[in-house]
Design a protein around this ligand. Structure first.
Ligand code: SAM
Ligand code: SF4
Length: 457
């Protein structure tokens, strides 16, 4: 019998991808996706506990879904980082919750669900899998119909930054064997995927513990050779471990997009030390210089935290100074949020909430202006855009991204352009995107591949 699943996802790309993988597994036991929780036989909340805010969302979502349990008998489950962290406590706390499934238990989802369907038991599975089986690819049953796809290359983290919950809820670093990753990417390429987004909490650590000597840049080189794949992106790279080999890959691999997300967290050495980040502002800035030397057009984005315990005005000014020096294309900025079980949660010199908020507002205002200026600087240039589909802004527009990851909207036919690389002249800048017009493909630099003949507009 065909049944329906509704999945609500919070948090990072890793969680988005885990939700996709869970959906594929559920398709194997005759579940199809619904976007309406009221129509679902199974409601699954895939959670994030990196900060307090997303963690709280889980409890409000559970409150919203309670009525579907009462009215329709829906089975309700919680997956992801909160599930891993809270385990049985969640079942104790929420009497109408049926399933808690941890970050390493994804492959067990179908069996757990079937067991609940038959017996009505309430189940919790949060053990860690040290063999990395949980990372194996879950191939879709139907054609993917996608232009871009995530591929997990590793999970977990060995860094233990003093603010971060990830090593506790995702476990130690485990890398997938290169041959499995290559097989998955080839499969995606055959299914029409053009852009691969490699995922790992610390991609520079890729290969540790694997037989052989495959490193992250080595893996990139292998993926770069796969026919059909046009673009490669990845996240996240830790500044401490950013190697010269990876920096060089930007000028050597034609499919590696000119963008790196390199979280700096703070511009103050005092705070970086107490965060246990393992680098200084000077060594971070040096790596940025090396990246720009090797790849002058590289776009830079980062994560930054304000209001970490002990952060004084002087430290915050150093963060602003680092931002002004680098001029990031975009920044993901957060107020420090104490996470139970992490070292920094025990630090006593906490920063007042109002100070954190004020610092965040100042920082975001500065970054808004820089991002806008960066977008304005693109006006007049011709960029290669991978068209992803219909734009949200107008029925007549399609949307896509440049190699530097800027969102571009352009007038054009969705059917013929989706999945194609097209040359676009940027005509107008907005705070979070740019607008352009498709031009003759001869007007873009030689790096544009020969995949489309566009009528000259
Ligand atoms: N592995 C990545 C790295 O080291 O750069 C980061 C992964 S973490 C899931 C994503 C971002 O969340 C971090 O870069 C950090 O800025 C932010 N973050 C993590 N823990 C936080 C906390 N306790 N409070 C505020 N922000 C936090
Ligand atoms: Fe968290 Fe640090 Fe690991 Fe990133 S490197 S996941 S911030 S512990």
């Amino acid at each position: 019998m065909e049944r329906r699943v509704y999945i609500e996802t919070y948090g990072c790309q890793m969680n988005e991808h885990d939700s996709e993988r869970m959906l594929r597994l559920l398709e194997g036991i005759s579940y199809s996706e619904t976007k309406e929780p009221k129509d679902a036989d199974f409601i699954l909340i895939n959670t994030c506990s990196v900060r307090e805010k997303p963690e709280h969302k889980v409890y409000s979502a559970l409150g919203r879904f309670k009525k579907y349990k009462e009215e329709n008998g829906a089975i309700i489950g919680v997956a992801g980082c909160v599930a891993q962290q809270e385990g049985e406590r969640l079942l104790d706390r929420i009497p109408y919750l049926d399933m808690v499934i941890g970050t390493h238990a994804i492959p067990m989802l179908p069996q757990l669900l079937q067991k609940i369907e038959v017996s009505g038991e309430r189940l919790c599975e949060t053990s860690f899998d040290k063999n990395g089986k949980y990372l194996e690819a879950i191939f879709p049953r139907k054609p993917l119909d996608k232009i871009k796809s995530y591929v997990t290359i590793m999970q977990g983290c060995d860094h233990f930054c003093s603010f971060c919950i990830v090593p506790y809820v995702r476990g130690r670093e485990q890398s997938r064997p290169g041959c499995e990753i290559i097989e998955e990417v080839k499969n995606l390429a055959e299914g029409g995927v053009k852009e691969i987004f490699l995922l790992g909490q610390n991609v520079n650590g890729y290969g540790k513990g694997l037989k052989g000597e495959l490193t992250f840049p080595g893996l990139l080189r292998q993926i770069d050779e796969i026919d059909g794949i046009e673009r490669i992106r990845f996240t996240t790279s830790h500044p401490k471990d950013l190697s010269e080999d990876l920096i060089q890959a930007y000028s050597r691999l034609s499919k590696l997009c000119e963008h790196i997300h390199l979280p700096f967290q703070s511009g103050s050495n005092k705070i970086l030390r107490s965060m246990h980040r393992g680098y200084t502002r000077e060594s971070y800035l040096e790596k940025i210089d090396r990246l720009r030397e090797r790849c002058p057009s590289i776009a830079l984005t980062a994560d930054v935290i304000v209001g970490f315990p002990g952060e004084e005005e002087e430290d915050f000014k150093k963060t602003l100074d680092l931002m002004e020096k680098v001029r990031f294309d975009d920044l993901f900025s957060f107020k420090y949020s104490p996470r139970k079980g992490t070292q920094a949660a025990e630090f006593e010199d906490r920063v007042e909430e109002k100070v954190k908020q004020d610092r965040l507002s100042i920082l975001q205002e500065i970054q808004r202006e820089i991002t806008f200026q960066k977008n304005q600087a693109l006006v007049g240039s011709v960029e290669e855009v991978l068209v992803e589909g219909q734009s949200k802004q107008s029925d007549r527009d399609v949307t896509g991204r440049t190699r530097s990851n800027k969102i571009v909207n352009v007038e054009g036919d969705i059917q013929s352009l989706t999945g194609k690389l097209v040359p676009v002249r940027i005509t107008k800048a907005f705070p979070h995107s740019v607008r352009g017009e498709i031009v003759n493909r001869k007007s873009i630099e030689s790096r544009v591949t020969d995949t489309i003949d566009i009528a000259v507009s």
